[in-house]
Write a protein of this length. Structure first.
Length: 362
């Protein structure tokens, strides 16, 4: 079965110079993929010609006249740039021309545009950003939310757990992935009221056989691989993500600096180069690139804005796998069965995002 993915080729720090080589490489390695390249046609075409891929049968171009920059405010992305590569790429899902979309563009803009265009799944109040984190077991720990929702209520975290469980079950082929609730301790008495109330909801689901709730987990459990999924609000999740990225770069720089500090250490680096290469590969954050925007009525994946072609290709792979395993249908079914839309929830009729109205100039 052919999986069609739309790509916001202009998004991110590098635009077509990264997205196009990644697209060409991915489509050459994945015979069941068809990629729709969205953006400024002339620039995309020029990059394709450099790679001798301008006549590739599974690559097509959809022209978009505008680009959402990394520092564009939401108002600009939603109201002023209606023909942006980001919005057109997302709209292709709604039109049924693509099964998933990948963008390295402005995260806030991508979430807002995706929510406005696609709407949310019935029963889901808020979409969440889910990202795979590396762990000691050399398998990902899926964590959500990582920045879409700063203030959350227990029902929101509950929905995140359900959506994350459906995602991991499909992608990792685990019938009942374990779910941990991020807290300041494992004991039930610890944490704020939101965490305690969320734990009660998750324990109830565990007793009913709906979720495999492990219990409270702490920050170290993320990288130990204690659970398959870690649930938290977007404020905490984003701090964890950024701190982890910073620590990774810090350790990498220290290792490089120490091995170059004197001739003996340099000799040690030569002797240990095999192990160092393996460590570098396991710790390479590009292998985990590609965050899912869960809760939308369509599959949207966010690549890190500064990623190279290798990293962006990983985001394409995650989008392809999600579409291939019909993750959207599984999440929708899970939410419909377990979290019926209640009064006040943002279901199919409400996006939670309204397009800004024209402001009168002063």
């Amino acid at each position: 079965m052919t999986i069609k993915i739309s790509i916001d080729c202009m998004g991110g720090d590098h635009g077509p110079s990264v997205t196009i080589p990644a697209a060409v490489s991915f489509v050459n390695h994945e015979p069941d993929a068809e990629l729709i390249l969205v953006g400024l046609e002339a620039e995309i075409g020029a990059e394709l010609k450099k790679l001798n891929a301008h006549n590739h049968p599974r690559l097509s171009i959809v022209h978009a006249t505008e680009v959402v920059t990394m520092d564009d405010p939401l108002e600009v992305a939603l109201r002023r740039k209606k023909d942006s590569s980001m919005r057109v790429a997302v709209s292709l899902i709604k039109e049924g021309k693509a099964q998933a979309c990948v963008s390295a563009g402005n995260t806030g803009a991508l979430m807002a545009v995706s929510r406005y265009v696609l709407k949310t799944i019935p029963g889901v109040d808020r979409p969440a950003i889910c990202f795979p984190m590396p762990n000691q077991k050399d398998s990902p720990t899926y964590m959500l939310d990582l920045g879409a929702n700063v203030d959350c209520e227990p029902q929101h975290l509950h929905q995140f757990a359900l959506m994350g469980s459906a995602l991991v079950s499909a992608l990792e082929e685990k019938t009942k992935p374990t779910v941990g609730l991020l807290n300041i301790g494992e004991e039930d008495i610890k944490g704020n009221e939101v965490v305690k109330q969320t734990a009660a909801l998750l324990r109830a689901d565990h007793e009913r056989g709906i979720l495999n709730f492990y219990g409270n987990v702490e920050g170290n459990d993320i990288f130990e691989g204690t659970t398959d999924i870690v649930v938290c609000d977007g404020f905490v999740g984003n701090v964890v993500l950024k701190a982890s990225e910073g620590l990774g770069r810090f350790l990498k720089n220290i290792v490089k600096s120490e091995f170059k500090s004197n001739p003996i250490n340099m000799l040690g680096a030569i002797i240990a180069q095999g192990a160092l290469k393996s460590i570098s590969q396991r710790m390479n954050p590009s292998r985990y690139n590609g965050a899912s925007l869960l809760g939308l009525r369509g599959l949207v994946f966010k690549s890190h804005g500064g990623e190279d072609a290798f990293g962006f290709e990983w985001a394409l792979k995650r989008a392809f796998d999600a579409a291939k395993h019909d993750v959207l249908a599984k999440i929708s079914t899970t939410i419909a069965a377990l979290m019926p839309a209640q009064e006040g929830t943002a279901g199919a009729e409400s996006t939670g995002v309204t397009e800004p109205t024209q402001q009168k100039s002063a």
